[in-house]
Structure formats: structure tokens, C-alpha cells
Design a binder for this molecule. Sequence first.
Ligand SMILES: NC(=O)c1ccc[n+]([C@@H]2O[C@H](COP(=O)([O-])OP(=O)(O)OC[C@H]3O[C@@H](n4cnc5c(N)ncnc54)[C@H](O)[C@@H]3O)[C@@H](O)[C@H]2O)c1
Length: 226
Amino acid sequence: MTQNSHAKLRCGVVGVGSLGQHHARIYDCMPNVELVGIFDSSKDRASEIAQRHHCRVFESIDDLGAHCEAVSVVVPTDMHHRVAMQLIASGCHLLIEKPICASLAEAEAVVAAARERGVLVQVGHIEHFNPVMSFLEQKVSQPRFITADRLAPFNPRGTEVGVVLDLMIHDIGIILQLVRSPIARIEAVGVQVLTATEDIANARIVFANGCIANINTSRVSTKKGP
Ligand SMILES: NC(=O)c1ccc[n+]([C@@H]2O[C@H](COP(=O)([O-])OP(=O)(O)OC[C@H]3O[C@@H](n4cnc5c(N)ncnc54)[C@H](O)[C@@H]3O)[C@@H](O)[C@H]2O)c1
């Protein structure tokens, strides 16, 4: 895609399910963005969201990519690599929802392709933009011990990857940001309960500066939220 000559950034969304619909909604209401259109493998879902935001439904990822400068990738995680590589080949900057990909090899391939094509890739680690995070970054210096519990009820969405990539990744990101020290050692255990991969996990991360983070994550919790 060639560079935009008008003021508005031309954006699109691939995958407008539970989360992708919000990417479309937010692009639609940003003053400096034009929501060009969407692509979803469910035509009914694509039409529903396109009608809501008065934008085009594209017939293919390539066609959407040819009309956009930046695209959100909000398909299930095991599709991130394939969709991202197609859009990078079209020259689009990407906002890929977390986790970036289903494996390290896929993530490295996406980053290498983006570098080669000269496009930006941002990953949707939304917790970094949580106002609590700015507060913590100001108030917490040199933490010695961090404990994080993220206990969610079962939801089949996200289960294409294990709970570490699905949910624990939020806490890993926050903790790395706060501790800012190399990792010396990790002890971890994952237990499969309802899906093909781990649904409950505990990790104890020991940092070189002595800080210890203990993370408990579950996506099969029966506890009611606050
Ligand atoms: N940042 C966060 O806090 C957060 C929260 C929820 C989900 N997510 C991430 O967002 C992504 C999507 O999750 P979701 O809960 O919206 O899933 P979802 O199942 O609700 O929606 C996925 C959508 O993608 C479509 N789709 C599937 N395969 C496709 C393909 N190959 N091409 C085009 N469309 C395709 C589906 O029809 C569906 O509409 C996942 O990677 C998930 O980890 C991030």
C-alpha cells in the first residue's frame, strides 16, 4: 500500500468477533482515522459489524490490505501468523492482538518479515495502557516480591493456545515492565483440565536483582469475579 496523501490514516480490521468489533468501533470514532473496512471469515458477522460502522466488507485479506495503511489482526491466535504475513506482504502496519502468535518461531517470522518490509507491528498488550500501570510505574521502584492472580471462568474463546499465552502473558508483561532486571530462573507448572493445553499454571520467576514474582493463572476458575 502506498503512503496516504490525505490526513486520515486508512485502517481496517481482520476478525470482528468479541474483541475485533471494538477495534472497528474505536477506529470508527477516531478523528484522524478512516475505518475503510473489515474482513471476517464469517460473512454474516462481517456484514453486521460493517453495517454498524458504515464501512466496506472485503472479500479477501489481500483486498483489504491493498486498501489500508494499518490493520488490526483480531482473529484467533493460531491464525495470527498466517493473517499477519499476508498483510505485511501488502505493506500494512499491524496491530496484532495479544499474544503475537501461537509459537516463538511464528512470532520471530512475523517480526523478521515486518522489518524486511519496513512496516510497524504493535501487539495489543492492553494492560500496559491500564491507568493502574502508570500509577505503579510511578510509585513502585525496585519491587522485591510480586504476586499476581488472574483467575477467570471457563470460556472456549482463547483456548486455541494454553493459558500462559492466553492470560498469564498479561501479568508477565506487567512484571517485566516493573522489575526491569534479567530473569535468572523460572520454575513453572501447568495443568490441563478442560482443553488440549494447560488451563491452570503457576510460575515463579527469579530475577537477577533478587526480585521474585509468583504468578497464578487459571481459565477454569469457579470463583465469582468482584
Ligand atoms: N488484549 C486483550 O485483552 C484480549 C482480549 C480478548 C481477546 N484477545 C485476543 O484477540 C484475538 C481474538 O479473540 P476474540 O475473543 O475476539 O475471538 P472471537 O472468536 O470472538 O473472534 C474471532 C473472529 O475472527 C474470525 N476469524 C476466524 N478465523 C479467521 C480468519 N482466518 N480470517 C478472518 N477472520 C477469521 C471469526 O469469525 C471471529 O469473528 C485472540 O488472539 C485473543 O487472544 C485479546
